[in-house]
Design a protein around this ligand. Sequence first.
Ligand SMILES: C[S@@+](CC[C@H](N)C(=O)[O-])C[C@H]1O[C@@H](n2cnc3c(N)ncnc32)[C@H](O)[C@@H]1O
Length: 228
Amino acid sequence: MLAPVGAHTALADLEREIAVPGGGPDRLRLVAPPFVPEVRLHLAEDAILWWARMEAAAGRSLPPPYWASVWAGGQALARHLLDHPELAAGRRVLDLAAGSGLVAIAAALAGADRVVANDIDPYAVAAVTVNARANRVDVAATGDDLLDATVPTDLLLAGDVLYEAALAERVLPFLQRAADRGVEVLVGDPDRGHLPPDRLEVVASYPVPTTEPSVDSPVRRVQVLRPR
Ligand SMILES: C[S@@+](CC[C@H](N)C(=O)[O-])C[C@H]1O[C@@H](n2cnc3c(N)ncnc32)[C@H](O)[C@@H]1O
């Protein structure tokens, strides 16, 4: 059982991590994702080592730091937005399961009117805040679970969120309900085995260089999809 971490604690932890000088694979570094070099993110060279060090310092379990890596699905979606800024320009955007905030930041750089990044991990909420700051864009970060809610937005973005069966079972109806209300929905997905064969159609496909943990191939084929 994870002890709950408050949003303020997580933000203070990340701000301290960023401020303290020093390098090494268990530290955060401000780097450009390989497929989205316009954006810079505070990422761990080795997220597992960062996690272990932070858990040892905190003396308790912490959620896996997905936000400390860039994911292939998010990179493809962010690339797609920057190459097609008209998708986000002037619109209200929600980035679901935002992790580092890469997709949200790309939407802001593409000219979105208002960007909300949502993730249930308080460290991801904090990462969005420090990463938006590093890229000098406005992104509001929220930590509520929105999957049973109706969120007013024009564009709903979901990068690499279909990575677990139980989560995909909640996310796919959430995306479909939004699409049925007229929200434009875009998903970035490298097919982790939970992509429904018939409910989404491919908009674009990208060869994404990946730095994800536990991935052997240096390039993954990633699709950007939308509900049919
Ligand atoms: C693989 S990461 C992808 C992060 C980012 N979208 C990207 O592509 O780089 C998946 C993220 O989903 C978040 N997540 C899991 N369940 C969630 C939920 N119910 N609502 C919002 N975020 C969730 C995790 O905390 C994690 O940060």
